[in-house]
Write a protein that binds this ligand. Structure first.
Ligand code: GTP
Ligand code: MG
Length: 479
């Protein structure tokens, strides 16, 4: 998938056009340089763009040789972003009928009102969860732009370094991405193969990116270069003192909030792992999408890092729950299959689509409402709970580095809030009409109790007793 998307990005150019209505003319102009196979026009920050894909990389090479580079200043930046006026005005059309381009503003999720309207057209919660996933998932065009953004930075940096490449990772590639999610970028240094027969070789400074300090210096330099030379890069912030140093910036041309980090092999392996789980069974992505949105709408996750659970840790909680239900295999089984190259592993989920998502969502809330967080940890490797290795309130063994806890940032208060919300999720699923459940979970509709102006969920006497018991049990499970 990565190679396919990278090649697609290398066969593409991004052209800044006067307006969306000029897209067709620009597309015809671009076809002068080769066989255009796909175009998408879109608007970003009062500017209009056309993403043009050619059939081969050669056509891009030819195009780069033909057009002149333009810069207002004397310093001439090598830009893979093209402006329409750079291209010749009189063109000879070739290649017959061109594919239709369309104006697209698919960067942001629908408004709450639009979402409610869509959800109200469907009655079953399982169908609604699938709908939610389909509405929020990254459209093809958005993925193309993400890989183009990475390729654009790679292109710049490769003028200076011969063995550098920039690759997307995280939710842009692991199957759990949603409209508006950030673009995580990994700047990797590829090993240069040394040939014994070479009599001449480049003499370079040695840089060990395993050293934290050198990583910081490297990232800082890359950041400065990008800020000065890469068109479209704005609002750059260098966060170099964090555990994983990153550079945050916004790319105004592709409308992406980006986080660039340096060489980190485990991060891309983690993306492969999540991708494998996302692809394993059809129900994984809609379930993760629903729970991620539920958590965001209840302020359990936030944009900025802090003492709360991250989308990444939450996704591991969901995968673990699915392992306990034998919907996805544990990591150990996946590794066995990979080692012995057998193709025995198959999705086991045979249940009908209209029931399973409801059951899994309910089961997820139920499982973690009573999970013994006090002594037990989540272990993706084994697919069953394991003894905790520290007093961290929430302990999720890092699937790739078993000595680390990926949720060590979560405090007792945050965990308590999380468990209360799991239980609240259960309550909503039991007490609200099926067609309203998802909207109540996502805070798009008030629960009947909230409509009666009661601030918290109202409970019967019997349930009040249950709640007291629950609070006791919850505290026992945490503290
Ligand atoms: P959103 O950006 O919230 O949509 O999800 P994301 O999966 O992209 O999460 P985030 O941007 O926070 O992190 C990007 C990727 O870095 C994740 O998908 C993981 O692969 C990896 N990652 C994040 N947090 C950790 C962590 O605590 N430990 C490890 N080993 N990897 C992490
Ligand atoms: Mg991300």
């Amino acid at each position: 998938m990565l190679m396919f998307r990278q090649t697609q990005a290398r066969k593409s150019i991004l052209v800044k056009i006067p307006s969306l209505s000029s897209a067709f003319n620009v597309k015809m102009t671009c076809s002068y340089y080769g066989n255009v196979v796909n175009t998408v026009s879109y608007a970003s920050k009062d500017m209009a763009f056309l993403l043009v894909e050619y059939s081969t990389e050669n056509e891009i090479i030819k195009l780069k040789e033909t057009i002149r580079y333009q810069s207002r200043e004397y310093l001439c930046a090598v830009t893979p972003l093209y402006s329409y006026k750079d291209l010749p005005q009189t063109v000879k059309l070739r290649g017959g009928q061109l594919q239709k381009s369309y104006a697209c503003s698919a960067f942001v999720a629908p408004t709450e009102k639009e979402m409610v309207k869509k959800l109200e057209e469907t009655n079953s919660i399982s169908e609604q969860m699938i709908l939610l996933y389909n509405v929020l998932k990254l459209p093809d065009f958005n993925i193309r732009l993400r890989f183009y953004t990475a390729e654009q930075i790679s292109f710049y940096l490769s003028r200076l370094f011969t063995n550098i490449s920039v690759l997307p990772f995280g939710s842009s590639v692991n199957g759990f991405g949603q409209l508006g999610c950030d673009l995580d970028l990994l700047c990797q240094i590829d090993r240069v193969k040394q040939s014994k027969s070479d009599s001449l070789s480049f003499l370079t400074q040695t840089l060990s990116l395993n050293e934290k300090n050198e990583k910081k210096v490297f990232l800082e330099t890359i950041g400065t270069l990008m800020k000065v030379f890469v068109p479209g890069v704005t609002n750059m912030r260098k966060i170099l003192e964090a555990r994983v140093p990153i550079i945050k910036f916004f790319n105004t041309y592709t409308n992406m909030q980006c986080d660039l980090s340096s060489s980190n092999v485990l991060a891309s392996i983690m993306s492969q792992l999540l991708y494998t789980y996302a692809e394993f069974d059809w129900c994984v992505k809609p379930l993760v999408c629903t729970i991620r949105n539920w958590a965001r709408n209840r302020s359990l996750t936030k944009d900025e890092p802090g003492q709360w659970i991250t989308n990444f840790s939450l996704t591991l909680l969901i995968i673990f729950y699915l392992q306990t239900k034998y919907i996805v295999p544990c990591l150990g089984t996946l590794q066995d299959v990979a080692r012995h190259n057998t193709s025995k592993l198959q999705a086991v989920n045979q249940q009908p689509k209209n029931e399973i998502l409801y059951q899994l969502l309910y089961g997820f809330f139920e499982y973690y409402s009573i999970f013994d967080f006090k002594t037990q940890a989540i272990c993706i490797q084994e697919g069953c709970p394991r003894q905790k290795k520290s007093y961290a309130p929430l302990y999720i063994y890092n699937p790739l580095e078993s000595t680390l806890n990926v949720s060590r940032n979560v405090t007792t208060i945050q965990l308590t809030q999380l468990i209360d919300n799991f239980r609240n999720g259960l309550h909503i699923m039991l007490s609200v009409k099926e067609e309203d459940i998802l909207m109540c979970l996502l805070n798009l509709k008030k629960t009947p109790e909230m409509c009666n102006n009661t601030p918290s969920i109202q409970i019967s006497q019997k349930e009040s007793l249950n709640q007291e018991m629950f609070t006791e049990q919850r505290n026992a499970n945490i503290l």
